[in-house]
Design a protein around this ligand. Structure first.
Ligand SMILES: [Cu+2]
Length: 263
């Protein structure tokens, strides 16, 4: 009734717009400094998502502005538009294209997370206890020693953080490591990280957990293995028995194919 849509032209404009938006958005360093082996993978994943999102956004904009221009009511035209009965081709394309994009996103994210979480032979376990509004850390491989408020880890070694929520849900996040995972009461969750840059960072609780949430931070020190051994060797306090007792009934969740969210 309106003639055929200029599909090829619309697609070309969509692709051109995608290129322009991506050229502006992709070079921006959204996540800041990276300091783990996961960081480049996640930053690359984000760039792929930006390009795909730019494509979807451009497609919608091109169709919207085409419709605004092409089907604008003529002056003095007061009646309703003609009734239509759907468009099978459009409905199939409108279902298939988003489905394929989302499936691709899923598959690619899954692959990246799988690579990050692949357990290495010499990975070290660190227990992380999150409670309102403080962090503490246990080193089961180092005589079960424990430290409050400051986390030390050796550089270039995979760490399996076993996360324990002692009261409410908290979330473990060191922005430079990119990985973020919830600490949930009753469940032990695992965050796998290989820090690859010596330095001092901040562990931030990123799940609104109560009045003191904004202050729930801990210092993170990534250091050479020898420095780490010296530091951990100087710890004398064992993990408090009350802590161990309160997590003894936890369900163990070794791997989660899809990362837990967090506000
Ligand atoms: Cu919090």
């Amino acid at each position: 009734m309106y003639g055929r849509l200029p599909i090829v032209k619309m697609l070309l404009v969509t692709i051109a717009l995608t290129v322009v938006i991506s050229a502006v958005m992709v070079p921006i360093n959204w996540n800041g400094q990276g300091a783990s082996t996961a960081a480049p993978k996640i930053d690359h994943l984000l760039n792929v998502m930006i390009v795909l999102s730019s494509f979807v956004f451009s497609l919608v904009m091109v169709m919207l502005f085409y419709a605004l221009w092409k089907f604008k009511a003529k002056a003095g035209h007061e009646s309703y538009g003609e009734p239509i009965h759907g468009n099978t081709r459009l409905e199939i394309a409108g279902t298939l294209i988003p489905t394929l994009i989302v499936l691709f996103d899923d598959g690619y994210s899954w692959k990246v997370l799988d690579e990050i979480e692949a357990k290495e032979q010499d990975s070290m376990r660190v227990d992380v206890f999150a409670q309102q509004f403080a962090w503490s850390f246990g080193y089961p491989g180092k005589g079960n020693v424990w430290n409050e408020g400051e986390l030390h880890v050796p550089v270039d070694r995979q760490i399996q953080f076993k996360l324990h929520g002692m009261d409410v849900i908290h979330s473990f996040w060191v922005p430079e490591w990119r990985i973020k995972k919830d600490a949930v009461p009753g469940i032990t969750t695992t965050a796998t990280v290989t820090p690859d840059r010596v330095g001092t960072y901040q562990l931030i609780c990123t799940e609104l957990c109560g009045f003191g949430h904004a202050t729930m931070r801990a210092k993170v020190v990534v250091e050479e293995p020898a420095d780490f051994r010296k530091w951990v060797g100087g710890l004398k306090t064992p993990i408090p028995p009350s802590y161990l007792k309160s997590i003894s009934g936890d369900a163990e969740v070794e791997t989660q194919p899809i990362g837990a969210g967090g506000a």
